[in-house]
Design a protein around this ligand. Structure first.
Ligand code: SF4
Length: 325
């Protein structure tokens, strides 16, 4: 690990100002950043400790939603009574991620920002446009079993590793931030994340020093919720394919459908065309096959990850069957 300066922020405004300095990084739980620093994938010159900021409450909002402080630990969020009652998919997604020890330490804001688990990203001797822009992508012709089949680019085929972010995307979360100039802003989670394009090292819409302070959830969607995750072992493994879903059925027809997917793309994947295809229709095998065709219409495998395409189809169909039964 390379030497770095350490500063502890007292307020979000102080943190944002300190974080705007070139080479600065925020640290909260440190469950991803410290690993990256030990491997010298991340080499910050300044660490801004935000762990003592007063951002660890979960509050109800007037519109029936929740305002979640960025420092709420993943374990506390998963166990919060309102999350368990109203946002079951989010609670289940959180509990499907990492291990008990990591969930006790990892923060809600940090979970949104965790970096890809692409093997080559962590190997500083390999070409990786995300770690070292312009160096190439070793995964395209390498071992790419965990990589993207949707939304990838010539420059990068990595996936986003978070389970929580998939549920947040399905639930139409908003990311609230503090800017170094004192302003605040709010971004829909769909606008927060980026596809890799030519600049896979830029993963989200945050500006230098911009600090996530809260994640806001609207009132829960109607119907039943589910988070289904397929992975190589039963715990402590990232998703090969996952889906967060909320489906309401009224009088034999799908009245509302919200779906987001993990393990398939550089960001939690949401495709309004699937939801449009489902709403107003009676549940049937043919309808679910159409929905999976829609999800995968532009899917492309890179060899080792080809299996993700039929796997995603089966996971989506099983989820739709369960939620409409
Ligand atoms: Fe790097 Fe992305 Fe290629 Fe992995 S897939 S080696 S993260 S550029």
């Amino acid at each position: 690990m390379k030497p770095f300066h350490y500063a502890r922020a007292g307020t979000p405004e102080d943190a944002a100002r300190a974080g705007a300095v070139a080479g600065a990084k925020f640290i909260a739980g440190g469950t991803n950043l410290l690993d990256l620093m030990k491997l010298q994938v991340e080499t910050p010159e300044q660490i801004v400790d935000i762990s003592r900021l007063d951002l660890n409450q979960v509050e109800e909002t007037e519109d029936g939603g929740l305002r979640i402080g960025a420092l709420v630990p993943n374990a506390d969020l998963a166990a919060h009574p309102l999350v368990r009652q109203r946002y079951e998919a989010l609670s289940r997604a959180l509990l499907a991620g990492a291990s008990g020890q990591l969930r006790n330490k990892a923060s809600t804001g940090g979970n949104l920002l965790q970096r890809t688990r692409c093997y080559y990203f962590y190997e500083t001797g390999d070409a990786c446009n995300k770690r070292s822009p312009g160096s190439g992508c070793a995964a395209r012709d390498g071992f790419n079993r965990i990589h993207a089949v949707l939304g990838a680019s010539e420059a990068c085929i990595a996936t986003h590793p978070s389970d929580m972010a998939v549920a947040m995307r399905m639930l139409d979360a908003t990311v609230a931030t503090q800017l170094p100039d004192g302003d605040r802003r709010r971004l829909s989670i769909g606008d927060f994340y980026r596809l890799p394009g030519d600049t896979p090292h830029i993963e989200n819409a945050l500006r230098p020093g911009e600090l996530i302070t809260h994640i806001e959830l609207p009132a829960p969607p109607p119907g039943r919720q589910l988070y289904r995750k397929v992975r190589d072992r039963a715990s402590y493994a990232f998703a090969l394919v996952s889906v967060a879903a909320a489906i309401a059925v009224e009088e034999g027809r799908i009245a509302s459908a919200k779906l987001a997917f993990g393990g398939l793309a550089h960001m939690p994947w949401r495709d309004g065309a699937i939801e449009e295809a489902l709403v107003g229709q009676a549940p049937s095998d043919a309808l679910f096959a159409t929905a999976s065709d829609t999800l995968l219409r532009d899917a492309r495998g890179y060899g080792h990850n080809d299996f993700k395409i039929p796997l995603a189809r089966r996971v989506l169909i099983a989820t739709l069957k369960e939620l409409t039964a």
